[in-house]
Write a protein that binds this ligand. Sequence first.
Ligand code: GCO
Length: 464
Amino acid sequence: MTTIPRGSSAATGSGEPFPDGFLWGVAASSYQIEGAVAEDGRGPSIWDTFSHTPGAVAGGDTGDVACDHYHRWPEDLDLMAELGVMSYRFSVAWPRVMPDGRGVNQAGLDFYRRLVDGLLDRGIRPLMTLYHWDLPQSLDVGDAGGWLSREVPDRFVDFALVLGKELGDRVPAITTLNEPWCSAYLGYASGEHAPGRTESSLAYRAAHHLNLAHGRAVSALRGVLPQGADLSVSLNLHQVQAASDRPEDRAAAEHVDLIANRVFLDPMFGDGYSAELRAGTAGLTDWSFVHAGDEAEIAVALDSVGVNFYNPSRVRAAGGEPGRPFPGTDRACFVDIPGPHTVMGWPIVPSALTDLLLRVQRDVGLPIEVTENGLGARDVVESGAVHDPDRIDYLRRHLAAVLEARRRGAEVRGYHVWTLLDNFEWAWGYDKRFGLVHVDFADQRRTPKDSALWYADVIRRNAL
Ligand code: GCO
């Protein structure tokens, strides 16, 4: 049993208060923490397949064991309770509940019922993510499988309804998709994520079917959830900057905003796929996979919106000096942003979070929760403690950015640190640690870092 050392707090705050009722949370996802990948009837996901593909993940790491959260969840929920966490954003492993994407595995469903009841027993609000990338492998067969298939949105509705009927009476908040941009563009254009496809044009078909799955699931859930259920989607919108004032660089930034952000925002919250988007991608796709009525099905009413943010992006027009292509297009390349960076190579620019939250307030106009924000580092345990001042500084500055966005009109009602436990960081494996709590993957020992003590103090005082 891990306990939070009493009395030791990383630092006293500046005193800037958050509003009464502000939701302080942590976020995680099934494949990154659960392990037990073949236990109690769980079937394989596309991430089981991908992580076992030689060369796909740093160090050959997989989610086979991860944080063993499938067995250790009571201890982990106790840790959250000790920190004073009020909201836990977790995701459901689709293949644990529906191993072949069609039949229900009651043992898998029972795990999530125990987890949810454990959260409620500890006074922690469950925020359930339906899809955090672990698509059942059985739904990704052949070249036109997975999110390229028009059948998968309906399988997703089946999955959403199983969870809605089983847990809808006790889970007050459900978010349909986590970062559909990653699923579509990293999964089908760059190949950095499962299923590892590398054709830019495929990303748009996948993005559309993810949008369709989202809209259809929300409509279906409305029919089985109690009044007052909060339905949302969690987006990692790019806060994208032009590398210069040159017209071609500004055009590249606008193009990236179109294909990476508005490809989701416009159909979900606006008026469908714009003529600008269709024209801007004419070289890659004809959008014939969008059927009559699809856009109306996607534009369903939501109750809130989740924003995942780590850093802004900066792009220039493609061509000229070499650079990392932006997934899904041959018209833009990433360029670096000068200044401090994390070990992930991500720039630290808290003001970009303020700008993004104000954009979401303007373009979406729903209550906002920051559903992910955190710092990856290479933390080490020294004499039973983990000193992570960089993470404390990162979190403090981004929470200050949330306060600034609130001051300027963004209705931000909650914030979730990514993440409670060091875990499987996708293609980076276990080398990059985002947790408030250090995990020794050799013996699963949990050690709260200084940032956990600092966060507990912020929660207690409801102030920076
Ligand atoms: C994401 C995912 C998380 C990551 C986290 C750190 O945003 O990519 O939702 O699963 O682990 O963001 O990269």
